[in-house]
Design a protein around this ligand. Structure first.
Ligand code: ZN
Length: 203
């Protein structure tokens, strides 16, 4: 199983990190070993003093496909989720400055939180899903899939030109503004609309 992540998919987040707006989706992978086991705490790794939360809508691939046309992309997923793309921002900044790959900053153990799944049939419009992240019961990130530069079906069409999508692969669709540092004892709780999707304790 692979985790395919889209970076810089929300204008407000591109601005907060002073990144350039990409002309094509920014794509990176996380290894399967980065998945945080369900309901386990997240341990801040020793190599970072600045681990950020990035809450993201997830899509689970339900069928093998390659070179998927945008108009058929909806046939390749049934479930929508919510997760966190934990990022060691200090390490990522060093790697970015040197033009090096980001994997160490985003693919470490526990860096991929995957919450519950909801059938996509539950949503009237997948391009208008409200989601948010609360840290210690305060809202820190709020997003809506309407604000994505590349929508779910466009992402699937794009990434399937490069990678065969397999059943069980998960797409992280990018984070809205409000990313920030986590510290020990924080509790991060993610919601899609009014449904709690995960709650993670930081250690
Ligand atoms: Zn991200």
């Amino acid at each position: 199983m692979k985790l395919i992540c889209i970076g810089r998919n929300y204008t407000d987040h591109i601005k907060e990190l002073a990144n350039e707006r990409p002309t094509d989706p920014v794509v990176f992978l996380k290894p399967d070993s980065s998945v945080l086991q369900y309901e386990q705490p997240f341990f801040i790794p020793e190599f970072s003093n600045d681990v950020h939360h990035e809450v993201e809508v997830l899509v689970k691939i339900s069928k093998v496909g390659k070179h998927i046309d945008k108009k058929f992309a909806h046939k390749y997923y049934q479930d929508i989720g919510l997760g966190i793309d934990f990022t060691a921002r200090d390490l990522q900044s060093q790697l970015k400055d040197k033009g090096l790959p980001w994997e160490k900053a985003k693919g470490f153990d526990g860096a991929a939180v995957i919450g519950k799944w909801l059938p996509k049939s539950k949503f009237k419009d997948l391009n208008a899903i409200d989601f948010r992240l609360e840290k210690n019961a305060d809202i820190v990130q709020r997003g809506n899939t309407a604000l994505m530069l590349w929508k779910i079906d466009e992402i699937i069409a794009y990434i399937s030109q490069f990678f065969t999508l397999k059943t069980g692969d998960i797409i992280f669709t990018g984070t809205p503004a409000g990313v920030g540092k986590v510290i020990a004892d924080d509790v991060l709780t993610g919601y899609i609309e009014d449904t709690e999707m995960f709650s993670i304790k930081i250690k």
